[in-house]
Ligand binder design. Structure first.
Ligand code: ADP
Length: 488
């Protein structure tokens, strides 16, 4: 299976800079492994800081001409890319499963989801508007215009190797920005294949550049230090987000940060339990829990706590864990051994503090990083699993007695990305919306991500919104023109 894509097909594992596929300056490569079996599936050129500078230079050189293109032209390139990605969706799905591990059905879902950002922003590209009016005193007319923010640095994670890129690239292209993409080192192949899509779609050289690297800060460092950078968009951990925000502050670079989460999943006494169980399975186990929107804590009213816990554990116990390429697999491996060890330590910490495991156990022989979906009850509030982002198929279930307590538990975290509320009462849903500090709320739904919706968090979950009509604003600057009006 091991192959150097440079040798095997000439380009796909190279760096993509200024419309060309290249080797890294120092000619080194890094390996990409299949998390289901540890096999090396490819060797990818390992970009250096010199490559990062070259990629950013290409983006800067292309910026003015790209910004001057017609919105319709940019829209049609995105639409072309959408059609190509749709045509090649099965290849993309297999590649995602191979390098990231998720079950093939979920990879197909990711490809469709990712592609919707290309379609959505192809439609939005021609609708970037401003407003007109006059100031209250009547002596000045008011015109606002949205212009591309300029060369952007996009840093993406491994958990959705395609969707986290199209969610940034779609609005950047639509708005007229050029960009350098630094994909996660664990999943660079999908990103590089997307580069091929944009070549075929007719994107001009230099607009989109891709620099995979095993040394992330060697890529971000020189680009963030360049005063021509206008925006950084990052999806990943809160810790790295803080480092990047601090670095961005030096040149006052616009920052969009999609960071960690610790989503509460609230089940009230009036909830439809069938729906709540379905939603809980989806909110916890979609992407094997490796999602910043994943339900991290089930918070359940005491009157339905026993039934909810028992039924959810039964559902978890029926699921098959295995290689994502097998159609029969429900849950694939975790991304790597570090992640597996961390989640195991969260479980051990909770058990040592008196928690009870209510799902069955299963031993897996390596080298795949497998773990059974796991639920814990009787979890002490100070347990790490309550307070840290889990990023795996494990969750605690805690109970509450009244609504005030539910809001208090839900907000007891520094994060504020997703939240889920199961109730049949609109009053209670609206109170939850008032009370819960989160950028996203699912009402009787365990999956809410959509290209048409604004995705983003509050508190330490980040700043900015991706997707929706709001998503494009992050890639534009607003200019106000005050025009002298004739005095009467
Ligand atoms: P995760 O824990 O999900 O891997 P990270 O925040 O570590 O999340 O990584 C998300 C992305 O950020 C990846 O592309 C990674 O290479 C990149 N990254 C990690 N550390 C840095 C850093 N110091 N500077 C720039 N990018 C980084």
């Amino acid at each position: 299976m091991k192959q150097s894509l440079i040798e095997s097909n000439g380009q796909t594992s190279g760096l993509f800079i200024d419309g060309q596929w290249r080797e890294a300056a120092h000619k080194e490569v890094f390996q990409v492994e299949n998390p289901s079996n540890g096999e090396v599936i490819a060797e990818v050129c390992d970009a250096t800081s010199n490559d990062a500078r070259a990629a950013f230079e290409a983006a800067c050189k292309a910026q003015d001409a790209w910004a001057a293109t017609a919105p319709r032209y940019r829209s049609e390139i995105l639409r072309n890319a959408f059609e190509i990605l749709k045509r090649d969706s099965e290849q993309f799905a297999s590649l995602i499963t191979l390098e990231m591990g998720k079950p093939i059905a979920e990879s197909r879902g990711e490809v469709a989801y990712a592609n919707e950002f290309l379609r959505w922003f192809s439609e939005e590209a021609v609708r970037i508007g401003g407003r007109t009016g006059s100031v209250p005193e009547g002596h000045l007319g008011l015109i606002t215009r949205r212009k591309p923010v300029g060369p952007s640095l996009l840093i993406t994670p491994w958990n959705f190797p395609l969707a986290m890129i199209t969610r940034k690239v779609g609005p950047a292209i639509a708005a007229g920005c050029t960009m350098v993409i630094k994909p996660a080192a664990l999943t660079p192949l999908t990103a590089l294949k997307l580069g091929e899509v944009f070549v075929e779609a007719g994107l001009p050289a230099g607009v989109l550049n891709i620099v995979p690297s095993s040394r992330a800060s060697e890529i971000s460092g020189p680009i963030l230090a360049d005063s021509r950078l206008r925006k950084i968009s990052f999806t990943g951990s809160t810790n790295v987000g803080k480092i990047l925000m601090k670095a961005a502050a030096d040149n006052v670079v616009r920052s969009s940060m999609e960071l960690g989460g610790n989503a509460p999943f609230l089940v009230f006494e009036d909830a439809n339990l069938d729906q709540a169980i379905e939603g809980a399975v989806a909110a916890k186990l979609r992407n094997n829990g490796e999602a910043c929107t994943a339900a991290n804590r089930f918070i359940v009213h005491s009157s339905v706590y026993e039934e909810f816990s028992r039924r959810l554990a039964e559902r978890f116990d029926q699921l098959t864990v295995g290689d994502g390429l097998l159609e029969s697999t429900d849950c694939g491996p975790l991304i790597d051994s570090r992640s597996l060890a961390n989640i195991e330590s969260l479980i051990q910490d909770a058990l040592q503090r008196g928690a009870k495991r209510i799902t069955r156990e299963e031993q897996f022989d390596g080298p795949g990083h497998f773990m059974r979906p796991t639920l814990l009850t009787n979890v002490a509030p100070e347990s790490r699993i309550i307070n840290e982002e889990i990023f795996g198929p494990v969750a605690p279930i805690v109970s509450f007695e009244n609504d005030a307590e539910a809001w208090q538990i839900a907000n007891q975290t520094e994060y504020g990305l997703a939240s889920y509320v199961y109730t049949e009462s609109l009053d209670r849903l609206l109170t939850a919306s008032d009370q819960i500090e989160a950028g996203i709320m699912g009402w009787n739904s365990g999956v809410v991500s959509n290209a048409a919706a604004p995705f983003g968090g509050v508190k330490q979950s980040g700043t900015g919104r991706e997707g929706g009509i709001e998503g494009i604003e992050d890639y534009t600057t607003l200019q106000y023109i005050g025009t002298r009006l004739p005095t009467s």
